[in-house]
Design a binder for this molecule. Structure first.
Ligand code: HPA
Ligand code: ZN
Length: 340
């Protein structure tokens, strides 16, 4: 890979999957302002640059405060369609072939926006993404861990009505003080419904939350998980059981989980033999989409084109796509490499 532009083009063209992206976190300031006006919903930002200027975070909670405020502009099915369509259009441009977006229904239902409307808008855009771009998807519904267990149970019961349209459940929002054990029953029920299970764990919270998510929630994949390095026994288990971790480097720096990308443990995690993937988390808030994350870690940690290919292969392996789809996407990587 001779130069920077060539390397960037390589990463953008490489077939990839994205497994950790909150659809509400793809709400760019220009769409946010347009929807605020369309829905007569006041926002504290007079323009796009004022919104961007406000995106400086001290920690996860200071981000969540703005993220939930931004989500308030989403009111109609068309809004959720437009939001999702904007993301998948970008995804297509950087050759993302499979996506597993999160959505947070409680954020919307709490404001009186019906669950059915939210999911209809998102799913319609995902169907169009398949038709127009050949992007496959699995939608994952997250419970907000700082709300009550009863609220999560009620949300799961509603989701059950849309069973065939939701592939799995996850757990997000404020981590510290809301350990995975709190949601044992609701994750058991989700498992009984045949849903995949994932959870944010070990982002701000300790390594023991990762262990808890595995042992108590029976998750198949850990979102973030960067704190696993504090516990060598856990690392060995994650390696042995090939449990994927969906790591989000730009997010981690923006939310001050790590001081800089140079001190990010992604390379150490790869060297330890962990099944790591790179993802964007909330790209509209953290200053980069999927390829931007690949390129940023490559530069900061001196990762090679071969490392980029490993991360892309991992993304398909770690996905919930069926075996046939995984094989097709992995073959797309091989075909792409054969042209280089
Ligand atoms: N962590 C927890 N909750 C979230 C995040 C995150 O990174 N993004 C959106 N909700
Ligand atoms: Zn996340």
């Amino acid at each position: 890979m001779q130069d920077r532009a060539g390397f960037a083009e390589f990463v953008r063209s490489l077939p990839k999957a994205e497994l950790h992206v909150h659809i509400e976190g793809t709400l760019e300031p220009d769409l946010m302002l347009a929807l605020a006006e369309r829905n007569h919903q006041p926002l504290p930002y007079p323009d796009v640059s004022a919104a961007r200027a406000a995106y400086r975070f001290a920690d996860l909670q200071s981000f969540l405060d703005l993220y939930y405020r931004g989500a308030n502009v989403l009111q109609t099915e068309q809004d959720f369609y437009d939001l999702t369509w904007a993301y998948v259009t970008r995804a297509a441009q950087e050759n993302i072939r499979h996506i597993e977006p999160f959505f947070d229904p409680q954020t919307h239902v709490q404001r009186g926006v019906p669950f059915g409307l939210v999911i209809a808008g998102i799913l319609h855009a995902l169907e169009d993404a398949h038709e127009d771009f050949g992007i496959t998807s699995k939608l994952i519904m997250c419970f907000l861990r700082d709300l009550s267990v009863e609220d999560a149970e009620h949300t799961l019961a509603t989701a059950h009505l849309y069973q065939s349209r939701i592939a799995g459940v996850g757990l997000d929002s404020a981590e510290i003080g809301n350990p995975p054990e709190k949601f044992e029953k609701v994750f058991d029920q989700a498992g009984a419904y045949g849903l995949h299970r994932v959870a944010h764990a070990g982002e701000e919270g300790p390594a023991s939350y990762i262990t808890g998510a595995l042992d108590v929630l029976n998750v198949e994949r850990i979102d973030h998980g960067v704190r696993c390095l504090d516990d060598p026994v856990l690392v060995q288990r994650l390696v042995d059981e090939r449990i994927p971790l969906t790591v989000c480097p730009l997010s981690n720096v923006k939310l001050r989980v790590f001081e800089s990308l140079a001190s990010h443990p992604l390379r150490r995690m790869m060297d330890a033999g962990l099944l790591v993937t790179v993802n964007s988390d909330d790209p509209a808030y953290f200053g980069g989409y999927l390829s931007d994350n690949y390129l940023a870690v490559a530069e900061a940690l001196d990762l090679s084109p071969l490392d980029m290919v490993t991360l892309a292969r991992n993304s398909f392996e770690a996905s919930f796509a069926d075996e046939k789809r995984k094989a097709t996407c992995l073959a797309e990587i091989d075909a792409f490499l054969a042209t280089r």
